[in-house]
Design a protein around this ligand. Sequence first.
Ligand code: F6P
Length: 547
Amino acid sequence: MTSRTSLSSWQALLEHAENNKQVHLNQLFADDSERFDKFSIKLPNLLLDYSKNLVTEETMAKLVTLAQECDLEAWREKMFNGDKINRTEDRAVLHSALRNRAKSPFLLDGINITEQVEDTLAKMKAFSISVREGHWCGYSGKRITDIVNIGVGGSNLGPQMVTEALKQYSDNSLNVHYVSNVDGTQIADVLRPLNPEKVLFIVSSKTFTTTETMTNANTARDWLIASSFDEKAVLKHFVAVSANTENAVDFGIDQENIFDMWDWVGGRFSLWSAIGLPIALDLGFDKFIELLEGAHEMDLHFQQTSLRDNAPVILALLSVWNCTFLGAQSQAILPYDQSLHMLSAYMQQAEMESNGKSVTWDGAPVDYPTVPSIWGELGINGQHAFYQYLHQSNNVVPADFIGSVQSVTPVKGHHETLMANFFAQTQALMTGVNEAQVRADLKAKGRTDSYIDKVAPHKVHKGNRPTNTILLKRLEPKSLGSLIALYEHKIFVQGIILQICSFDQWGVELGKGLANKISEELYSGHINQDHDSSTRELIKYYQADKT
Ligand code: F6P
């Protein structure tokens, strides 16, 4: 397979980046009063403004040509058609089928997967209603009050991020908790205040083999049995979401209470499946369906819109532009909505586990920079922590600012202050302030010349820092569904442009394997002398002093 670098559009973009090195966003805005209209997309639930990126119409045309030369449209078809585009695992990639609200039949390897999806949704509906309304009771007949979801990575981040984001829509009929860390502190903290008679555990694990999840699930089962003195209690207090029914049954979960998953759903794209059960339990099944509807709307937009007007495509092309051609190495996700406080963590897995790779589909080394590292935090908190770096460090960090027009929790004066900061930050990152302006400002404030000489260089902001702004009309199940699907498709497009297998995650295996071996050493006390001296001595130090 030929490298992307040999495409004429790639070469044209390299040249274009070189020729436009000196361009400043201020100039681009001054040159074109219609810049916002040209570089923004309005969708039913959200607005994407990407005008504060270092792009012109020529840049966008060149990026779209690159997407065309990479056969993006054909790949998009392949994904939605169920072709096995997860090549290294020989699997289809059909998270979109989980939210196909048109419910049209879809055959994959001769099986109508729409029917499977609808059956599982019906099961989730019945189950969530039964628990929420108190028909499903614990072993001693008491109503369930607390749900504990045990899972990690995609079996945790998605549902937890969404239930946090939509907290205001919960009727609080159930308390939902999450345990993901194998550090015993987390499960101990979660279980301490709970009454075992009223707790329902969901063991969420596609493989039902993940060490962290299995360790936590075993601890939860021991805790339950210790309180009820009866192993049969497990049947009424544990359900599972898994593609590995055999292991879940061996664990002690009733086959009837296992919710299916399929190999055509990747863990980090699975919140739309039964992995989203905590969402349905917390918010009610109807809200879960609204979330799916919002994602389905984005699927249709992605599938049917021309590349130039296609929000996920544009976001992906801008990321490729900023990172591969302009050299940015990280990207910040900055929500200005308290409810989205887990969004950056969610996006880290979504993008970095998908595209943080260094070989192409054919296993050849990629000879260009790929995706950035993703990081972030609630924007307002970040302003008082790391924004200094965003504004003045020598490293340019493109950032996505995400906010809402309407507050879900209006408290007088708060939303305006929040959003004033939201708008001000992208403006400041773009415009900056030059030395002459700084000097004039200090002079006007009556500062002495020597003070001005000393301080002025420190107050200069070069600006010219690219940002995207995503404004939701209001954070609600539907708009959140659209937002998540927007990023999912962005990630897919990046993978196509960069020739990366976005849907496997071999990079997590090496560490897992070594941890299993070292775990045996820690339990047995026999340290493998073949370890490198650092690892060996660290283990020895640990063994010597542990209590
Ligand atoms: O960290 C690797 C990974 O396989 C993720 O991709 C996945 O979301 C997570 O572990 C959990 O896997 P499982 O659902 O099989 O327990």
